[in-house]
Write a protein that binds this ligand. Structure first.
Ligand code: MN
Ligand code: MN
Length: 486
């Protein structure tokens, strides 16, 4: 340093010594920096750009059926074909298999033989919502309503006084399918669940939050004009049935077998002056499904066969033949094995599954300073610090979790660090505060290595949830590194 230059206070010898010692210990301490602080402008541009495409997927794929058809449409444009249309699979081929139109398996065939295993990204595409009861339609006090039965873990009081839309499927007796979506277009009507005015809400407001609105209170207002025939009974209900019959050709009994879902009629929107967050219905778990797909769509001739699994029914326990516990998902892996290997061999198939690796791509709770009491701040996932890697989830003393093997966990972290992928860790809240499960356990049962990881979410399971754009982008990069390096 030139003699005549005055030392600024930041260059004083003791400060320099301090900085050196800080560097010396840097590698010893775990740090999980905020990515808006630690990363650069290019990353931010990519994050903002990716979130635009993500919002399009969110708005077009609110239900599992819609998400499946939107994904197949995008995949086919990129050269994916139905796996049933090909008999031999060679490196670089891209295939998919719909699971009853409510789940989806996709793969890009790798250069290595099937027996060396698959790299699988597994996410779910169902989200908490309201379904209809089998006999939903009734009239009362000269208004028509639909009775609902909620699906997944919701706070029931969050659903009244929101604009709601109806999405679903009627299958008529002749087998013909009638798809309906009302409430999403700008000039569509919306539907509505009422709440009590505060003037008369004294008794309601003294109740526990879980009882303020009961399951039987979640009744959807769908109309209020009777048919013209003054002598008919049920004139208001008939007003609706008459409309539904004219518009869709369905009758009341068609509701019994239908799958009709009520979701918020809200578009995905940026949050904040700086637009750093996105609010939307169904981030859980489209915010992992979407980057998983984007990572797969980047694969041309990967080393290992890359698979994305999008499952249904996660929010109610992954049961049924479209839930992650269903063999229909594994059937696709069998089909990949057979068509890659030229035949079925039980032992080698099982070796292939044992050699397979999976990221159970699901959201976690982002640390919320307003509700900090339910989280251990030292073991929480924070917004904008990237993908949260969770060795275990579960509840009541790790009950019901896949507790990832250290060897596999460390292998993934090595790949992330080698490829400059930031990551963080966390738990789903304080030990005794609650907890939750994912599809990881069901896939691990087959013998593959599995770890839970995903994007932190604020207000998880609310009708309108929040994620950080930078987390979405770096989760996509993390999923790519997994597909390309494990
Ligand atoms: Mn989830
Ligand atoms: Mn969930």
């Amino acid at each position: 340093m030139p003699k005549d230059k005055k030392l600024s206070s930041s260059e004083l010898p003791e400060k320099i010594a301090h900085k050196k010692s800080k560097d010396k210990y840097k590698d010893l301490l775990a740090e999980y920096p905020n990515l808006w602080v630690s990363r650069s402008g290019d990353d931010f541009d990519h994050a903002y750009a990716m979130s635009e495409e993500y919002k399009r997927f969110l708005d077009g794929g609110k239900t599992e059926r819609e998400f499946v058809s939107l994904t197949i449409e995008s995949a086919e444009q990129l050269g994916f074909v139905d796996v049933n249309t090909v008999s031999v699979l060679t490196p670089g081929m891209k295939v998919y298999q719909s699971v009853k139109d409510k789940g989806l398996m996709l793969a890009v065939i790798g250069r290595r033989p099937a027996v060396e295993g698959f790299n699988i990204l597994g996410a779910h595409i169902d989200s908490p919502r309201l379904d209809l009861k089998p006999n939903p339609l009734y009239e009362e006090s000269e208004m028509a309503f639909l009775k609902t039965h909620y699906y997944g873990g919701i706070k029931k009081y969050q659903w009244p006084t929101l604009p709601l839309s109806i999405h679903g499927l009627f299958v008529r007796r002749d087998g013909s399918k009638i798809q309906i979506t009302v409430g999403e277009k700008e000039d569509d009507p919306i539907f509505y669940i009422t709440d009590l005015l505060p003037h008369l809400g004294a008794e309601q407001m003294s109740k526990k939050a879980s009882e303020v609105i009961s399951g039987e209170d979640l009744n959807l207002l769908i109309g209020g004009r009777p048919i013209a025939d003054k002598d008919a009974s049920n004139r208001f209900k008939l007003g609706i049935l008459d409309y539904l019959h004219r518009e869709y050709g369905v009758v009341e009994k068609d509701f019994v077998s239908a799958e009709i879902e009520i979701v918020p009629a809200l578009k995905a929107r940026d949050v904040g002056f700086d637009r750093s967050f996105v609010a939307a219905y169904g981030h859980d778990d489209k915010v992992c499904s979407f980057p998983a797909l984007m990572a797969l769509f980047q694969q041309e001739r990967p080393e290992k066969t890359s698979v994305v699994m999008l499952s249904d029914k996660e929010e109610i326990g992954s049961n049924g033949n479209t839930g992650a516990q269903s063999r229909l998902y594994e059937n696709f892996l069998v089909e990949l094995f057979v068509k890659m290997s030229g035949g079925y061999d039980e032992l080698n198939y099982r070796k292939s599954i044992t050699a397979s690796k999976m990221l159970s791509a699901d959201v976690t709770n982002g640390y919320d300073p307003t509700f900090s009491s339910v989280s251990d701040p030292k073991n929480s996932a924070y917004m904008s610090r990237g993908i949260a890697m969770e060795k275990y989830v579960g509840s009541r003393g790790k009950y019901g979790t896949n507790d990832t093997n250290s060897e596999f966990f460390a292998e993934i972290l090595r790949a992330f660090e080698k490829n400059d992928i930031p990551w963080q860790t966390g738990e789903l809240g304080k030990i005794d505060a609650g907890g939750g499960g994912t599809i990881a356990v069901y896939m691990a049962q087959m013998g593959m290595e599995v770890i839970d990881c995903g994007v932190p979410v604020l207000s998880m399971h609310a009708p309108y949830e929040v994620i950080s754009k930078i987390d979405l982008y770096f989760t996509y990069l993390a999923y790519r590194v997994f597909l390309e390096n494990l």
